[in-house]
Design a binder for this molecule. Structure first.
Ligand SMILES: [Ca+2]
Ligand SMILES: [Ca+2]
Length: 386
């Protein structure tokens, strides 16, 4: 349709040219038509280029898949991976270019790489994953009987009195029970007798009859006799013992078989002169002395408790014997030198106990008895080892 073409209905013969559009502005001139064609051509070229690029990409992918690696069963692989405890590994291929995935069992959370790829240098990307329990208290992280409260990827320890810190691992000094910590073992014992825990400290306690020593952990016996803290009646003698005291009243034997004694000191009786014809009197002891020995319990043995000797040694030999008393069995007597004998403790004694033993020292001259001395020994054993 060219400009100037006859319009339909003008009465002229219709040429083979197509009828002009009704509106002359819709008719492209030659210039415009060429421009449209050129644009179409450009579009097609661009389309073709894109298509070719796509094809090249596909071909490259295909060639990768058909590469010797893909076809060779002896492909390079990465090392075997550990399956996390309480989890699984998805994907079994360890070949280069492949990936494996990790999942955890329910109740567990994955820590580490969820996916790991086998790289060309035959190492795995990422880090070894672990499955950690979602219950953050499952590892019992609270020490010293702390109560664990599970949180969101965290936990809180509720500490018992005396402990603090995230895991109740730090003692709060003021609550430390030194007695419980140290007193139970003989190696770490802090008090000689008993221990009382106090906030921020402790105190050693002593049984009745003892006072706490200045060093604050030992117990010292109170000397009730020296301090007039005794209840002994007039005429009694006060004997201080470990942990207490005793009131004693040494008595001379009553007159018997023409033999009588007289008290020559608080702890000594002497025989009165014998009638000329009384052999019983002459065989009786010339003197009787009283000895009171305070002792701690469980003393190590053998232990010399007491020494005996005579001040007026007239004969040529002395003989020492145990003649009686309930303490027999834990005592022994021996001569220590020509004029002296010893009383020995031969087994440890658990207190409290009162042990009595009677010893005789006989003096001889040419095997003839010159005289006898009796020692009445009483040992007061404390209930304690101090
Ligand atoms: Ca304390
Ligand atoms: Ca005492």
């Amino acid at each position: 349709c060219m400009p100037g073409s006859p319009r339909a209905g003008t009465g002229r013969v219709v040429s083979p040219a197509p009828p002009c559009p009704l509106f002359p502005q819709e008719c492209l001139n030659r210039q415009q038509a060429l421009s449209v064609v050129r644009q179409m051509q450009k579009l097609l070229v661009a389309q073709e280029a894109a298509h070719l690029r796509g094809m090249r990409g596909l071909r490259h992918q295909l060639s990768l898949l058909q590469s010797p690696w893909a076809r060779d069963p002896q492909l390079p692989t990465c090392p075997q991976l550990a399956v996390p405890l309480n989890g699984r590994m998805l994907g079994r291929s360890l070949r280069v270019g492949h990936e494996v995935h990790f999942v955890c069992d329910s109740g567990f959370r994955l820590l580490g790489s969820e996916t790991r790829a086998c790289r060309h240098n035959r190492t795995w990307s990422g880090t070894q994953p672990f499955c950690r329990s979602m219950d953050d208290c499952s590892s019992n992280p609270c020490a010293n009987s702390g109560t664990c409260v599970d949180g969101n990827q965290s936990y809180t320890c509720l500490c018992p009195p005396g402990w603090s810190g995230p895991n109740c691992q730090s003692p709060i000094y003021s609550y430390v029970d030194e007695c419980q910590l140290y007193q139970s073992s003989p190696q770490t014992r802090i008090c000689l007798h008993d221990c009382l825990n106090l906030p921020g400290s402790y105190r050693c306690l002593c049984p009745p009859g003892y006072l706490l020593h200045a060093d604050r952990n030992a117990c010292e016996d109170v000397n009730e006799c020296a301090g007039k803290q005794h209840n002994c009646t007039q005429g009694d003698l006060c004997i201080n013992t470990f942990g207490g005291h005793r009131c004693v009243h040494p008595k001379c034997p009553l007159p018997r078989h023409n033999t009588s004694y007289v008290k020559t000191s608080a702890f000594q009786c002497e025989r009165n002169p014998c009638p000329m014809d009384s052999r019983a009197c002459q065989l009786a002891a010339n003197s009787i002395s009283f000895h009171y020995l305070p002792l701690q319990a469980n003393r190590t043995v053998p232990r010399v408790l007491f020494k005996m000797s005579t001040t007026r040694f007239l004969g040529d030999s002395l003989r020492f014997t145990i003649t009686g008393g309930r303490g027999q069995g834990v005592f022994a007597v021996r001569r220590s030198d020509r004029q002296t004998g010893e009383l020995l403790l031969t087994s440890p004694v658990a207190g409290p106990a009162t042990l009595e033993v009677e010893l005789e020292m006989s003096e001889f001259s040419h095997k003839v008895l010159l005289g006898k001395h009796i020692f009445k020994v009483t040992a007061f054993v404390s209930p304690y080892v101090f």
